[in-house]
Design a protein around this ligand. Structure first.
Ligand code: ATP
Ligand code: MG
Length: 678
């Protein structure tokens, strides 16, 4: 802190600046006054001394005329006793003291160089009267009046006429009175001057204090306060002088600074809030991205727990999920805890634990010490070395699907779990809850899909079985019966004598032969025996030929890499049925002139392609729009059931249906392969 030394004080500076010249002026004028007064008093004293000397001379004249020495002596003594006369003596012409008020002085001779003599004899022409001030060196002063007793006419009766001077009367008058008066006046002048100066100093002080110092001090305090960061400080000065203007300008500046600081603070606060919000969103994003990487419940739980622990910098955590089948919460995953801890957590009912509270209320909670959890035995809790424990609900659609727990090591600071942190965790819990819900729905969907697949598979198997049975029936029984009928009619025609019977028998034979052919075609369509006996290539080629006949469509069949080998029965049936449906669609919808059929064995896959040059169609529209149509849907299902894919590309130049089935998962040949409709 800076010292407020007198030299640095504005009041002192102004006072010194004002009082010092005043003091000099006062001192000079007092000195001049003193000198003038002193010289006037001296002159007055000199005049009095001169007058007194003349009176003394005239009073001594009679004694001197009569040369009455005694009388002279007495008169000198009498006058010398007067107040103010310190010494009085008479010098004779030789400069000797003839008569004196001090008897010891009698006879002493004054040297002509003595200042007393020099007072008159300093010049060639000596004067007759003079006065000088004699100081005894001890501060005592006297005015010495030197008065020559000059020759007069009546004196010449006794003295020669050429003598001009008969002696000198010297009188020392005390200057104590003058000095005392001068001293008293000086003291009084000094006192008044000091008083005036003190009054002036006081006035200046008050004036400076009110008008300058106080405002300046307030200004300084305000500047310091603002310098130290207190931007709300104002001078509060309202005067209309320059100081007031300065203070107002300062206050305005401070207001501006405060406004700017407030704005900066607001911007800063908002930036922090935005940053926090961004961090929160980034965290939630990370969680969402992590938990959505998988749709498998176990994986979702594990990755959720890992990422939450990583985010919080903790190592211990575990998750309970509600098991709808068992109707209770069960432990699904855990990290950083011992087997015995997990056992207790898994087995003991949730009653009395914050997990239960969170499960019931759907609101996250913090427990200071996990050792107080009634579900844990004290030994296990102690051995785990865990301290505070945070429990958040995993929510979806307002339901608590599970509870996520994290715990910090003993002695860890609780500040990691502020309210904000708990809110973030709760939001994370909702994300994870949604992921749990999605995973569950996905599992449900998977289950239903599998069931549906099984049902379709069963349906088609039954359908193919039935077709095969009917085809066999038609072949073995109906065809046999019709053949027998044909033979019987032939025999009847040959053995009959009647022309009419023979003709009728011939007609019936023609009908029976036609029916036999129809029954044969129907049996082939239902379940071509080629497919079972000679395999996919032969059966498909036969189907191609059948389609070509009489429809005005040229069917071109190609087989690549399929020579002499049989595919799994399920694959053969699937491809056969898909090609059959594709060809049926060409006939029904395409308006095509040419159709190409390709069967190809490519590496570990088999590919079937049906390509027409018809007018094409909107594949996505057809697939999404009309679920009543089963052809395209059935082709997809069939391909998917054997692990294959079906692609349909269509434009105004035609349509291409491609089915690709991997063979790796199917055993070669029909042995051991589930007969999917084959
Ligand atoms: N090769 C094709 N060329 C042109 N349009 C086609 C072709 N294949 C299918 N389509 C169109 O796609 C639609 C759906 O075919 P899909 O086989 O599913 O049903 P559908 O043949 O009409 O009836 P079904 O259920 O008896 O098979 C057809 O109605 C037709 O408009
Ligand atoms: Mg169809």
């Amino acid at each position: 802190m800076r010292l407020n030394l007198p030299g640095h004080n504005l009041r002192v500076k102004v006072m010194v600046g004002t009082l010092l010249p005043l003091l000099v002026i006062l001192a000079c004028s007092s000195y001049l006054q003193y000198q003038r007064h002193r010289s006037e008093m001296l002159q007055e004293l000199q005049q009095s001394a001169a007058d007194a000397a003349k009176i003394i001379e005239s009073s001594l004249s009679r004694a001197m005329m009569t040369n009455d020495r005694l009388e002279i002596q007495r008169a000198i003594a009498r006058i010398g006793a007067q107040r103010g006369v310190e010494r009085l003596f008479l010098l004779n012409k030789e400069g000797k003291i003839a008569v004196s008020t001090v008897p010891q002085d009698a006879g002493k001779k004054l040297d002509i160089k003595d200042p007393t003599c020099q007072a008159c004899h300093a010049d060639e022409r000596a004067i007759q009267a003079a006065a000088l001030v004699i100081d005894d060196g001890a501060g005592h002063r006297v005015l010495r009046n030197v008065h020559s007793i000059v020759s007069r006419r009546q004196c010449q009766s006794c003295h020669p006429s050429d003598e001009t001077t008969y002696g000198v009367l010297i009188m020392d008058l005390s200057m104590d009175g003058i000095d005392r008066q001068l001293r008293e006046e000086g003291e009084s002048t000094a006192l008044w001057s000091f008083g005036a100066l003190a009054l002036l100093a006081l006035t200046i002080n008050l004036f400076m204090r009110g008008l300058v110092v106080r405002p300046v001090e307030r200004l300084i305090h305000a500047v310091r306060a603002i310098g130290q960061g207190d931007l709300s400080r104002r001078t509060g000065l309202k005067s209309h002088d320059e100081m007031g203007e300065l203070a107002q300008a300062f206050d305005l500046m401070a207001e501006g600074l405060e406004g700017k600081a407030t704005l900066e603070r607001e911007v800063h606060d908002r930036s922090l809030a935005l940053q926090a919000e961004r961090d929160k969103l980034a965290t939630l994003n990370t969680i969402a991205a992590t938990v959505s990487r998988s749709l498998h419940l176990e994986e979702v739980m594990e990755s959720a727990l890992d990422i939450v622990l990583e985010l919080l910098g903790l190592r211990a955590g575990w998750i309970f999920l509600h098991d709808p089948d068992a109707g209770r919460f069960r432990l699904v995953t855990a990290r950083g805890v011992s087997e015995s801890f997990m056992r207790e957590e898994a087995v003991r009912p949730l009653e009395g634990c914050i997990s239960r509270v969170v499960q019931e209320t759907g609101v996250g909670a913090i427990m200071d010490d996990i050792g107080r959890c009634p579900r844990l035995s004290p030994e296990v809790a102690r051995a785990e070395g865990l301290g505070y424990h945070v429990c958040i609900p995993l929510m979806a659609k307002g339901q608590v699907l599970g509870v996520l727990n994290v715990a910090a090591p003993l002695g860890d600071e609780r500040r990691s779990f502020t309210e904000d942190r708990l809110q973030l965790l709760t939001a994370i819990g909702q994300q994870v809850g949604m992921a749990v819900e999605n995973a569950r729905l996905y599992e449900e969907l998977q289950r239903k899909e599998a069931l549906r697949g099984q049902l379709i598979e069963q349906l088609w198997t039954v359908q193919e079985e039935e077709r095969r049975r009917i085809a066999r029936e038609l072949h073995d029984q109906t065809s046999q019966s019709l053949t027998s009928l044909l033979v019987g009619l032939k025999m009847l025609a040959e053995s009959s004598q009647s022309q009419g019977v023979a003709e009728q028998a011939a007609q019936l034979r023609a009908i029976a032969a036609q029916t036999l052919e129809g029954v044969h075609d129907l049996a082939v369509q239902l379940r071509p025996s080629d497919l079972d006996d000679m395999g996919l290539v032969a059966a498909t080629e036969h189907m191609a030929e059948t389609f070509a006949g009489g429809l005005g469509i040229a069917v071109h069949f190609h087989a690549l890499g399929m020579e002499g080998q049989r595919l799994p029965a399920a694959v053969e049936t699937t491809i056969y049925r898909i090609v059959q449906e594709a060809l049926t669609n060409v006939v029904k919808h395409a308006g095509a002139v040419n159709v190409d059929i390709l069967l190809e064995h490519r590496g570990d896959r088999v590919v079937a392609l049906v390509e027409d040059d018809g007018h094409g169609f909107d594949v996505e529209g057809a697939l999404g729009r009309d679920r009543g149509r089963l052809g395209l849907f059935g082709m997809q299902e069939r391909a998917a059931l054997v692990g294959g894919t079906l692609t349909i590309e269509s434009s105004e130049n035609g349509t291409t249906v491609v089915v690709e089935i991997p063979l790796g998962q199917h055993n070669e040949g029909t042995e051991g392969t589930p007969e999917l409709g084959g």
